[in-house]
Write a protein that binds this ligand. Structure first.
Ligand SMILES: CCC/C=C/C=C/C(=O)SCCNC(=O)CCNC(=O)[C@H](O)C(C)(C)COP(=O)(O)OP(=O)(O)OC[C@H]1O[C@@H](n2cnc3c(N)ncnc32)[C@H](O)[C@@H]1OP(=O)(O)O
Ligand SMILES: NC(=O)C1=CN([C@@H]2O[C@H](COP(=O)(O)OP(=O)(O)OC[C@H]3O[C@@H](n4cnc5c(N)ncnc54)[C@H](OP(=O)(O)O)[C@@H]3O)[C@@H](O)[C@H]2O)C=CC1
Length: 335
């Protein structure tokens, strides 16, 4: 389908019309179904299992911000399954407790929930004090907590900007710097991973605070790679493409109108899954990746390069149209 047609259909959706019916404009609406994957997705089925050998994180401690939901929960589950004692931290203690209980019951390894708003440096210090008492310092640190919403930039208030930058950039900095200082003082090494996104590199309209903050996180991690390698600390970055989690899609595509055009841009023809991020994060933090530091790995089914290539829309040209185009090109003589 032509890009214009997809846009018109999305626009009709935003106006409350789909397939000629009025629908409620909520992400959770039963009428607003998830867009189906494209046919080529059958070549690229996601694997849900955990990739590394059993016990890969035995006797290790992992600290995961935002570990109660979405991608953070998947990474916590994987680490716990492979033997790690996990500490998960975010604002909503009830959500953390439920996740911690469920994962502990499934894996037999302890998951500790700690309440912490990463925007508050004092809360971060207190949370890490509590963790040190419970488990000691971690060998694995995943900075995954984030806030985001789509909004025209002219509608952003200073507090809207500050909220996102505080969670994403300042929160990651408070956690990373405080843990780094403690690890250095105790002479202990660790693997840090930050979850950013594909538009940290390109920037993106309508998510400007998030794009700015994620770019800052990448600069922070690349800088510390150089400075703190000598202390046994390594830093890597994952840039996920779109993955349907409630936290992300309720704030980035609340009507469900844009999922179809997202899929059209992804050469693999489907969204990513939390398990795919889990397996990459676990590899990055494992003993198989001790030479990996300062890496930025994009995991997006090819979406980023597909959006960037000038001529990529020629995928829509039919074989008959190519016959015409080719004959026109071949008829051209000289410059
Ligand atoms: C598709 C591929 C790329 C995808 C990338 C995905 C990246 C992600 O980061 S997805 C992660 C999404 N998850 C979350 O955002 C979870 C946490 N989010 C939240 O808790 C909230 O959404 C929020 C970030 C807003 C923080 O909540 P909090 O209660 O602390 O803040 P509020 O008091 O509600 O709001 C603070 C100010 O922001 C303004 N604001 C909130 N929403 C909007 C909006 N939709 N549009 C414009 N402005 C908004 C709000 O009005 C406050 O400002 P002010 O009124 O001036 O006080
Ligand atoms: N899903 C996607 O398509 C993509 C996601 N990402 C990134 O993946 C990561 C996970 O996102 P996802 O799982 O989708 O979304 P979620 O909303 O499920 O995850 C965000 C987590 O951050 C926590 N959090 C938010 N604010 C704070 C705060 N102030 N202090 C501590 N914790 C906080 C939330 O917990 P609580 O509410 O309890 O505080 C929540 O668990 C994020 O870094 C996001 O930017 C990147 C690209 C694509």
């Amino acid at each position: 389908m032509a890009a214009g047609a997809v846009f018109s259909r999305n626009w009709a959706l935003l106006s409350g019309l789909r397939y000629g019916r009025k629908v409620r404009l909520f992400h959770s609406s039963s009428l607003l179904r998830d867009a189906p994957p494209l046919p080529q997705a059958s070549f690229f089925p996601p694997s849900e299992g955990t990739m590394l050998p059993p016990h890969s994180f035995q006797n290790r401690v992992a600290f995961i911000t935002g570990g109660g939901t979405g991608l953070g929960r998947a990474m916590t589950h994987g680490l716990s399954e492979l033997g790690a004692t996990c500490v998960i931290a975010s604002r909503k203690l009830d959500v953390l407790q439920k996740t911690a209980e469920e994962i502990t019951a499934q894996t037999g390894n302890k998951v500790f929930p700690l309440q912490c708003d990463v925007r508050d440096p004092q809360a971060v210090t207190q949370c890490l004090d509590q963790m040190e008492k419970l488990t000691g310092l971690p060998q694995v640190v995943i900075n995954n907590a984030a806030g985001n919403f789509v909004s025209p930039s002219e509608r952003l208030s200073p507090n809207g900007w500050r909220t996102i930058v505080d969670i994403v950039l300042n929160g990651t900095a408070y956690v990373t710097l405080e843990l780094g200082k403690r690890l250095i003082q105790q002479g202990k090494g660790a693997a840090f991973v930050a979850i950013t996104t594909i538009y940290a590199e390109s920037g993106s309209g309508f998510v400007v605070p998030s794009a700015s903050a994620k770019a800052g996180v990448e600069a922070l991690y690349k800088s510390l790679t150089s400075e703190w390698g000598r202390y046994g600390l390594r830093f890597n970055i994952i840039q996920p493409g779109p993955i349907r989690t409630k936290g992300a899609f309720s704030r980035l595509d609340p009507t469900g109108a844009f999922e179809e055009s997202m899929l059209g841009r992804i050469p693999a023809g489907r969204l990513g899954t939390p398990a795919e991020i889990k397996n990459l994060a676990l590899y990055m933090c494992s003993d198989y990746a001790t030479w990996m530091s300062g890496a930025v790995v994009r995991l997006d089914g090819g979406e980023y390069v597909s959006m960037a290539g000038e001529f990529n829309d020629l995928r829509k040209v039919t074989s008959e149209q190519w016959d015409l185009i080719e004959s026109m090109i071949r008829k051209t003589k000289g410059s």
